[in-house]
Design a protein around this ligand. Structure first.
Ligand code: PEP
Ligand code: MN
Length: 339
């Protein structure tokens, strides 16, 4: 439940109301917006005297919130959140493209791909060091050595890096990583989310393979309620009955998230489709639907990639995609972040 106050509310009135509500066993909070102040109430609201509160001259409205998520809810935070990563912003018109290989494989590979994607106009390098693979017999990633190579590529190009954390025991290794990715398979690893809520690094929270939007929002809530407000959502396709594509890209999740949440949302068309040739049309669709960025897999030689070759663009193909999507980004009123 939230109580929206008007500009007449004094500090004494607010304090008294908070005290009364606290005495009912409710957890209260105050949000100071640019134009309005809002009191948030969490807990059993059955004893709240709704009519009495409405009658107060300094109260504009009182509303029940049916969604169980609060911190990521647009109602409590009407303005779009802008997440700051190194020297760039994501959200509210700042469009960020993160590209790179599914897995970091060698130093030459990651430095070459980093330079090529930078030249093509991206502002962040992605690459997996710890890889969540369906089969234990598949390449598992280079682990901490892969992380070191990513950091070398960051140094060589100046691109901030985003990479996946698979286990909290590795968190110390991530101190120079700019954005920590929580992969689809870990979206509901609640202990991990709680711990990430205590750090102030930006978190890229991918949507779980079969997660509803509400479950996804609740996962963002785990991070944000711990104090870390720097969450970027990533729609990466969900499992449906369709087998023609690896997953089904839920384009409608973008306007839905924009409606219910203030967090920035990016789209990963590579994992969503599993098909190189579909990356461009779905990137365009994502931009048109209101996404704040894209994550695209690019490999120096997709036919030899140790993971996800079938969905990875080679650097020349990626140049073309970038050329074709840039005008759409500006047409949609967004500005592409520069490296
Ligand atoms: C990835 O980004 O490499 C990855 C494994 O993604 P997801 O968690 O979306 O499958
Ligand atoms: Mn991948």
């Amino acid at each position: 439940m939230i109580i929206i106050l008007n500009s007449k509310a004094t500090k004494e009135q607010i304090d008294e109301m908070l005290k009364d509500l606290g005495n009912l066993g409710l957890k209260t909070g105050v949000i100071n917006g640019e134009q309005k102040r809002i009191i948030t109430l969490i807990g059993d609201i059955s004893k709240v005297n709704v009519d009495g509160i409405k009658a107060e001259t300094f109260v504009e409205d009182i509303r029940r919130i049916s969604e169980p998520f609060k911190a990521s809810n647009r109602i409590f935070h009407p303005n779009n959140t802008i997440v700051q990563v190194s020297n760039q912003k994501i959200g509210e018109g700042h469009f960020c493209i993160m590209s790179g290989p599914c897995s970091v494989e060698t130093e030459e590979q990651i430095i070459y791909v980093a330079n090529r994607v930078k030249k093509a106009g991206v502002s962040m390098l992605r690459g997996g060091a710890f890889k969540p693979r369906t089969s234990p017999y598949s390449f598992q990633g280079l682990g901490s050595d892969g992380l070191k190579l990513l950091l070398k590529a960051k140094k060589a190009t100046g691109l901030p890096i985003v990479t996946e954390l698979m286990d909290l025991k590795h968190l110390d290794l991530f101190s120079d990583v700019d954005v920590i990715q929580v992969g689809a398979r870990n979206m509901q690893n609640f202990e991990m989310l709680k711990e990430l809520g205590k750090c102030n690094k930006p978190i890229l929270l991918k949507r779980g393979l079969s997660s509803t939007i509400e479950e996804w929002m609740m996962s963002s809530e785990y991070i944000m309620s711990g104090g870390n407000k720097n969450v970027i959502l990533c729609e990466r396709g969900i499992r449906t009955y369709e087998t023609a594509t690896r997953n089904t890209l839920d384009i409608s999740a973008i306007p839905m998230i924009k409606k219910i949440s203030h967090l920035p949302i990016i789209v990963d068309p590579s994992h969503a489709t599993g098909l190189t040739w579909m990356v461009e049309p779905l990137s365009k669709a994502a931009i048109a639907a209101g996404a704040d960025g894209l994550m695209i897999e690019v490999h120096n030689c997709p036919t030899k990639a140790l993971s996800d070759g079938a969905q990875s663009l080679d650097p020349d193909q990626f140049d073309d995609v970038m050329k074709n999507i840039k005008p759409i980004i500006s047409f949609c009123g967004k500005k592409l972040n520069e490296a």
